[in-house]
Design a protein around this ligand. Structure first.
Ligand code: FES
Ligand SMILES: [Fe+2]
Length: 417
């Protein structure tokens, strides 16, 4: 469809039928992509980094989000800062994308020099009466949620991030994310729209058929099932699992480990869900045999049997386990390509080859991420086909996709589309 023949963004949004996947144009049109970037990646909170990636003063990460670029750095007082990567002279990018270490932020163009706080301290040949105080690098709204760095690029960051913080600070405290290290990182560029990436992540309907490695430790039943249509054996298995899950959750809660599901997925600005779920098989971790990959446990954890606390939002998914953490963030690149950046965290003192084996630590989610990338590419190719029409979600296994689609439409409309 040429852009002149494209359905308008607002008519596509209002044509969305509840209980069904989105109209094709919402996944494929470039004007929708631009609107998505503005609404969801500028004016909502997004996860873009981790405190433990910048543990010392001067440690810096630069992350690009659409046409924006954000500097995450730690200042001399150990405060984490988020700054727009735009020089206040004539706008040049100050730093290149990726990791670096700075003492000051020096623009390579004309050497305007800033403190890691963003304060301009040196601007040669600008005259003795030049007022540097109003030329600090613009800050970006930043919240650390238990060590997960969320930013909002817009001028009016949603206030309900405080609820996410209230819920997650307590749950994340024992994992000591601020005292962790990134043991491994993998970037995958999926050939699909970011909403297909997120939809794929919000259901486990596809897990048994597509993720043999993950299904050793992951229990697809935790993500919904249709009891009535099951055969007797499967029904008995599902009922047994749910009874065991309820008992385990009761025990964890009684022992002081928050486990119950908390979700804000509709009628809210900041979209998230968390719950502590049991791990199958060896019961400890997302590894090939479901036993812990790292002998040194996260933070102050003393037990490996506390399951998998998951947290997802509209651009991330995270799994917090006793021995390690998997944290994935999603940044759209174009309407049909999406960066999925996955990081594996262990305790900062854990030593590769002694405390953990990198292959055991990473192989399950590397396989899963590659399998998901294939599924997302397959989905995107299908929605581009002129014969595509929105299809029905399973109300048992795809309830969260319906919620996501409804939230997506709500938020777009709230921003004037
Ligand atoms: S653009 Fe940065 S110093 Fe000139
Ligand atoms: Fe998957």
């Amino acid at each position: 469809m040429s852009s002149s023949a494209s359905a308008s963004v607002s008519s596509l949004l209002s044509s969305r039928r509840k209980g069904y996947s989105l109209p094709a144009g919402l996944y494929t049109q470039s004007d929708v992509f631009e609107a998505d970037m503005k609404v969801f990646f500028k004016n909502h909170w997004i996860l873009i980094g981790l405190e433990c990636e910048i543990p010392e003063p001067g440690d810096t990460q630069v992350v690009d989000i659409g046409s924006s670029s954000v500097i995450l750095t730690r200042d001399d007082d150990m405060q984490v800062r988020a700054l727009h990567n735009v020089c206040r002279h004539r706008g040049a990018r100050i730093l290149n994308t990726g990791a670096t270490v700075i003492s000051k932020l020096v623009c390579p163009y004309h050497q305007w020099t800033y403190e890691p706080t963003g304060e301009l301290i040196h601007a040669p040949h600008m005259g003795v009466d030049f007022d540097k105080t109003c030329r600090s690098i613009k800050p970006v709204a930043l919240r650390s949620v238990g060590g997960l760095l969320y930013v909002c690029l817009g001028d009016n960051p949603p206030k309900d991030i405080s609820f996410l913080q209230d819920v997650m600070e307590e749950r994340l405290a024992p994992y000591g994310l601020r005292d962790a290290k990134v043991a491994h990182q993998v970037d995958v560029i999926e050939k699909g729209n970011w909403k297909l990436t997120m939809e794929n992540n919000r259901e486990c309907y596809h897990c048994v058929a597509s993720h043999p490695e993950l299904c050793v430790s992951f229990i697809d039943l935790d993500f919904g099932f249709d009891l009535e249509s099951m055969n007797e054996e499967d029904r008995a298995r599902a009922q047994k699992h749910m009874a065991e899950h309820a008992e385990r959750e009761r025990r964890w809660e009684a022992e002081g480990f928050k486990s119950c599901a908390v979700e804000r997925v509709i009628d809210c600005e900041t979209n998230f869900r968390t719950q502590r779920l049991a791990i199958a098989g060896g019961g400890e971790s997302h590894t090939p045999d479901a036993t812990a990959a790292c002998a040194k446990l996260m933070g102050t954890m003393t037990r490996k049997d506390l399951g998998d606390t998951h947290l997802w939002g509209h651009n991330c998914w995270n799994h917090f386990m006793g021995d390690h953490v998997v944290s994935a963030m999603v940044i759209p690149l174009t309407a049909d390509t999406t960066l999925v950046r996955t990081k594996w965290l262990v305790h900062k003192d854990a030593v590769e080859g002694k405390d953990y084996n990198l292959d055991k630590l990473t192989s399950v989610w590397i396989a899963t991420t590659n399998q998901d990338a294939d599924l997302v590419a397959r989905s995107h190719a299908g929605v581009l086909d002129p014969s595509y029409e929105p299809g029905p979600f399973s109300k048992f296994t795809e309830k969260q996709l319906d919620n996501f689609a409804s939230w997506y439409v709500q938020r777009m409309q709230a921003h004037g589309y």
